[in-house]
Write a new protein. Structure first.
Length: 369
């Protein structure tokens, strides 16, 4: 029996399936397949699985219980697979391949679907190919005793019936696959460029005194869930380490992440205002995003200034400054107070994934000719 890391992996291939009926058409009769003793449906053990040519399956009982486009159809191939997920959860998979019209074999009536029984008690229907010819669409439903739950199959979509009891008499329809938590005692730690080890305590990083990775370190200090990505931002080249107490292969690790560029500092050229016609600055106009920060220098970058609360203040941090609204709001008189050296230079700090600056326009006051 094959073992998988996830339910989707089961459906990804038919390599491990055994064909019970191999391209041998069956119109109305029923194939009886070996079932499993760990699944109950409507108070009946699923010892046998009944697969009918009219696109229905019986679970433990030769009756129309799982219907996918049930009508006068014809099945050509029936396959079976039994296996596990994480070497822990058991499953039984049945595949129905044929056409929704018994005497037509065109693509518009092709029908392929799979039934998956999990030892958790859940049922999954995997609709692989559904007829596009609406004249040959039949009933799709799950029948549990006197209760019929209809559903709408869609090619490439899953239909899940989540069990509500241990005997398979009540189910809830869902479009989400069942969540199978890996059964391991799993732990996560974090390391950085210096190979220091970290765990998470009360939502914050906590550096360990231990430096050697052992099972005991993971069991004692590791956390059970993947750490919040925001905690890693303070580390250089962080790595998330995973460990579990099993000889099974590690499950595939997937993560989504968003990268933001570091703030960028941009400098303008030193602007010469020594021309005799220039007597001051009227205003400054900026085309930039709202998060950009601006600073002004009147000595070619030796000192940098901001103007807030009607006061010029010298800055000490390279990545600091005033918002563009503050820069644009500096009055002519305020400019005249500082712009006395005949030169001006701008520093811009751009941050975030959408930061930008396009233009800084300085309008001068000029003498009349």
């Amino acid at each position: 029996m094959a073992d998988y890391f996830a339910i989707k992996d089961i459906f990804a291939s038919t390599d491990n399936m055994v064909k019970i009926r191999d391209n041998n058409p069956n119109d109305d009769s029923t194939d009886t397949l070996t079932g499993v003793d760990w699944f109950h449906f409507n108070n009946v053990v699923a010892s046998n699985i009944y697969v009918n040519g009219n696109s229905w399956i019986g679970i433990g009982t030769n009756a129309e219980q799982v219907k996918v486009c049930r009508r006068d159809a014809k099945v050509y191939t029936v396959s079976r697979e039994e296996g596990t997920v994480y070497n822990y959860y058991k499953f039984l998979r049945i595949r129905w391949e044929g056409y929704s019209q018994y005497n037509v074999t065109t693509d518009d009536v092709k029908l392929v679907w799979e039934l998956l029984l999990l030892d958790t008690g859940d049922i999954v229907i995997n609709v692989i190919t559904y007829p596009t010819n609406t004249s040959y669409i039949g009933e799709s439903s799950l029948v549990v005793g006197s209760i019929t739950t209809a559903f709408t199959p869609v090619t490439g979509k899953y239909i899940t019936f989540k069990h509500q009891d241990a005997t398979g008499t009540a189910f809830v329809l869902s479009t989400d696959l069942p969540a199978l938590l890996d059964p391991y005692n799993r732990r996560y730690l974090i390391t950085d460029a210096d190979k220091s080890l970290y765990t998470v305590v009360d939502g914050a990083l906590s550096k360990l005194t231990e430096t050697e990775l052992t099972a005991a370190v993971f069991e004692t200090h590791g956390i059970q869930e993947i750490p919040n990505g925001s905690l890693l931002l303070t580390l250089t080249d962080p790595t998330v380490l995973y460990w579990h107490d099993s000889l099974n292969s590690f499950p595939p690790f997937t993560a989504s992440y968003t990268g933001l560029p570091k703030p960028q500092v941009i400098y303008s050229e030193n602007i010469d205002m020594t021309d005799a016609s220039i007597i001051g600055i009227e205003k400054v106009t900026v085309d930039a995003d709202d998060a950009a920060l601006f600073a002004v220098s009147f000595d070619n970058g030796t000192t940098w200034w901001t103007y807030t609360d009607n006061t010029w203040s010298q800055l000490s941090e390279e990545k600091s400054g005033m918002a563009k609204t503050a820069l644009q709001g500096i009055s002519t008189d305020a400019w005249a107070e500082k712009a006395t050296t005949g030169m001006i230079k701008y520093r811009i700090v751009i941050s975030g994934d959408s930061g930008y600056v396009k233009t800084i326009t300085t309008d001068y006051l000029n003498k009349e000719e």
